[in-house]
Design a protein around this ligand. Structure first.
Ligand SMILES: [Zn+2]
Length: 256
């Protein structure tokens, strides 16, 4: 069994067939966390997860690229988090890519509000961080990442990775490892700190093309096994355990 720790079947790219894609993933032994990026997609992730007893979970949060159109409403998100299927706050963080950026100050303020929510609810955090690792490291080392979490889609430098790992955080890898050369980071990151993800519909791993989906997470596992010189089964087993531990996801009753 694999767990795609960062999927977006709650996004409009799957408007027509989200449940078909979801079923295909579960049938292939791939569980998932659908991650919200604003209130509407967070709510949709929770609604999808609520339909399944096992295998489908939700993360809720306000992504830094949506701060110009949405104000973070602590109480509304707290209410959403009452669902037992909510396993994390995310994706939240910092994004300094010029075309998306709200002011850095605003991003930091909203991030800290959401970190408070994570702490109040004792939920781990799924961090989005683009062109802003040094600022995120500074914030986390000053305030601590008290509930743990993952730096999703990590593409930074090893010295930044080391800092996150030193704070007890996990690193999430997806199909971007086929586009950028992250071999050194993958080699040096202990397997017990690696999480697998797709970030679907984006970042489709090779050899697949077109829209990404959770069942393709196996290609990310294969590539990590190759880079680390480990067996595929070992990578699957350990990374699934990592996800179960961080997000407190129960083991599959069928054991697959
Ligand atoms: Zn995402």
């Amino acid at each position: 069994m694999l767990i795609d720790t960062h999927a977006h079947l709650n996004f409009n790219a799957y408007k027509e067939d989200s449940f078909e894609v979801l079923r295909r993933s579960l049938d292939n032994g791939v569980w998932m966390i659908n991650v919200g990026s604003q209130y509407s997609t967070s709510k949709r992730a929770v609604e999808m997860a609520e339909k399944y007893e096992n295998g489908v979970y939700a993360a809720i949060g306000l992504h830094p690229i949506h701060l110009e159109t949405e104000v973070f409403d602590y109480e509304k998100y707290k209410e959403l988090a009452k669902s037992k299927k909510v396993v994390a706050i995310g994706e939240i963080g910092l994004d300094y890519k010029p075309e998306y950026a709200s002011s850095e100050e605003k991003q930091k303020t909203v991030l800290s509000q959401q970190l408070k929510l994570a702490e109040a609810l004792s939920l781990p955090v799924i961090f989005h961080c683009r062109m802003s690792h040094d600022d995120l490291i500074k914030i986390l080392s000053e305030n601590g990442s008290r509930t743990g979490g993952v730096i999703h889609c990590f593409t930074g430098a090893w010295k930044q990775a080391e800092k996150y790992l030193g704070m007890g955080l996990y690193l999430g890898f997806n199909g971007i490892i086929f586009k950028l050369n992250l071999d050194e980071i993958i080699e040096k990151t202990p397997l017990d700190r690696v999480l697998l993800e797709t970030d679907c519909p984006y970042l489709t791993p090779k050899p697949m093309e077109g829209r990404n989906e959770p069942s393709y997470v196996k290609y990310v596992a294969e590539k990590i096994a190759k880079v680390k010189g480990l067996g595929y089964e070992e990578v699957v087993e350990i990374t699934t355990k990592n996800a179960q531990k961080l997000f407190r996801i129960p083991a599959s009753p069928a054991g697959r």
